[in-house]
Design a protein around this ligand. Sequence first.
Ligand SMILES: Cc1cc2nc3c(=O)[nH]c(=O)nc-3n(C[C@H](O)[C@H](O)[C@H](O)COP(=O)(O)OP(=O)(O)OC[C@H]3O[C@@H](n4cnc5c(N)ncnc54)[C@H](O)[C@@H]3O)c2cc1C
Length: 290
Amino acid sequence: MYAVDFDYYRAGSLADAQKLLGDHPGAKLLAGGHSLIPLMKLRLAAPPAVVDIGRVAELRGVTLSGAAVRIGALTTHTELAASADLGRAAPALAETAAQLGDPTVRNRGTIGGNIAHADPASDLPTVLVALDARINVVGPSGHRTIDAAKFFTGLMTTSLEENEIVTSIDVPVAQPGRGSAYVKFSHPASRYAVIGAAAAITLSGGTCSSVSVAIGGLVAHARRLPSVERALTDQAPSESVVAKAAAAVAADLGRDVSGDIFASAEYRTAVAPVYVKRALLAAAARASAR
Ligand SMILES: Cc1cc2nc3c(=O)[nH]c(=O)nc-3n(C[C@H](O)[C@H](O)[C@H](O)COP(=O)(O)OP(=O)(O)OC[C@H]3O[C@@H](n4cnc5c(N)ncnc54)[C@H](O)[C@@H]3O)c2cc1C
């Protein structure tokens, strides 16, 4: 199907993009186009105008600065996967980008578009929530920073306000003793997550001094698992202790699990602890190796 007619504008800079959004009510930003264009062709979205930010150089790139690595919103998944700085600072994120979709999706799709679209089956939101990332945005009221855990608010819904643009994402640099990992049960065709689990663990003297776990794919938006985190904190991450902690995912999910044509809610609920356990064990193994 063809999209409903729309006007096309190309922004030359971030300031230009802000002005174009302000001048054209209802306009949508276009980054890699891998979610917006299909929605428009299916006529699930019919913006009167699109503002193409694909060539705004100031929104692209990975920069290591002290305790955080800053990722420009237009950085593609391929660029994330190839970044040596990101591979050292937040290996789980670089690895996740490398296994997302297919080469075309990775070459065109951007981290900013991925998180603004907020598909429940996306991988990056889950990893960013577990890694305590912060999302930098600019809009008519100026700049603000949003914790990843508060950025995703519902099914394909974020805390972005009208005409706000994601400019960059800050991810804390992993310190010695901290390991992180992401594992997913992926759809065999699209590679989207049927279930995705991300974990970050800090080990001090053999026990977990900090545990951060997030889940996606089976709930409306990526979210932390506080019961699992509590169950593992101050414990040595043996396989049996981790399995017991992972089982607490049921308490965190409650009745919020969604089913679809790919997997029922019951199936996802039953399998979730397996993926949470795998993510925790992988993160703990990395933490002990650092
Ligand atoms: C076949 C296929 C398989 C895929 N598989 C996976 C997968 O396995 N895992 C996964 O995580 N993802 C997957 N994706 C999604 C892909 O990762 C893209 O990242 C995602 O489609 C959105 O990024 P984009 O740059 O293409 O955004 P666009 O499609 O250009 O935009 C998406 C939305 O975000 C808004 N937007 C874009 N940039 C910004 C910004 N800077 N600030 C504010 N709003 C913005 C747009 O207005 C639009 O509403 C897949 C996509 C396809 C088509």
